[in-house]
Design a protein around this ligand. Structure first.
Ligand code: ZN
Length: 293
């Protein structure tokens, strides 16, 4: 797709989401210090990376939180909402029509994730009383895979739905309205605590957050680390995840290494623990299970 069409699409998106985007813009500009947006800890420069013009990016400066170890790109966080969306859109053109060279396993992973989610639903671990939602669903591949297993998850993507049918609109999101909130490969693209709070806030009182995100004990101080993609701006440690887990009032969690997914539970500890004890495929903890060390 040519640059002209990209800008046209962006303009259409701005028309669709105009009010919301202005709100986020104002918030970013108000921010004049660089404390950690997860724990309010002090941050210090960590390293810089030269993207050499890839999707319009030059040098990005990464900062690290002295308290929780979260690493973020100050360069990405300083972008206007429009600049940030443009980077994401240029980077995500592969959705729905081609492979992503940076993540060749994504189709297979989404298949395995759907299978894992379906198994937990069969086992009665994931409730189906309230609707499910895939927040940041991109082209909807995971919801499609779930539909093949007779499971319905509503689709929401603030930036990549491009006005397609079958996606929830901004105003349709219900706080506390979903028994399962699926969120795969989204946290890396988030620049504010408000967006993280919004995602977690969708989970119902008895619900679960199904999460695929890269987590490390410590983020490598290495500009050549292969996870530093143009559209990735924030990198989470076990400690920053634990802080978020407790902030949102989750009780227990399991990690399933095969699908690379966490399931965070608001309640239901006993059933989850029983399942985890009966299978060596899950790692259980009352609290955030810090699998990657
Ligand atoms: Zn922090």
């Amino acid at each position: 797709m040519g640059l002209k069409n990209q800008v046209l699409l962006l303009t259409q998106m701005k028309a669709m989401f105009g009010v919301g985007i202005m709100g986020v813009d104002a918030k970013m500009q108000e921010k004049n210090d660089w404390t950690c947006f997860v724990c309010d800890g002090e941050t210090t420069p960590y390293f810089s990376k030269d993207f050499d013009g890839r999707v319009g990016l030059g040098i990005a400066d990464y900062f690290r939180c002295k308290n929780c170890g979260l690493v973020f790109s100050k360069t990405h966080l300083e972008m206007t909402q429009e600049e940030w969306e443009f980077i994401n859109m240029r980077y995500h053109w592969f959705f729905g029509h081609m492979e992503n060279a940076d993540d060749p396993q994504w189709r297979k992973r989404l298949y395995i994730q759907a299978r894992t989610i379906a198994k937990l639903a069969d086992d009665g671990i994931l409730s189906k009383d309230l609707p499910w939602i895939d927040y940041g669903c991109g082209d909807g591949k995971l919801t499609y895979n779930l539909s093949k297993r007779n499971l319905t998850a509503l689709k929401f993507d603030r930036y990549l739905s491009l006005g397609l049918d079958g996606y929830l609109a901004e105003e349709d999101l219900l706080v506390g309205g979903y028994d399962v909130v699926i969120n795969t490969s989204v946290f890396e693209h988030v620049r504010t605590i408000e967006v993280l709070d919004e995602i977690a806030g969708l989970v119902s009182e008895n619900g679960a957050l199904a999460l695929h995100v890269m987590v490390r004990e410590e983020i490598p101080q290495d500009p050549d680390w292969d996870y530093l993609l143009p559209a990735h701006c924030t990198f989470f440690t076990n400690k920053s995840m634990r802080i978020l887990f407790e902030r949102w009032g989750f009780q227990s969690s399991i990690y399933h290494p095969v699908s690379r997914m966490w399931f965070w539970f608001k309640q239901n500890n006993e059933a989850v623990e029983t399942l985890a004890n009966s299978s060596n495929k899950y790692y259980f903890k009352r609290g955030f299970v810090d699998y990657w060390k």
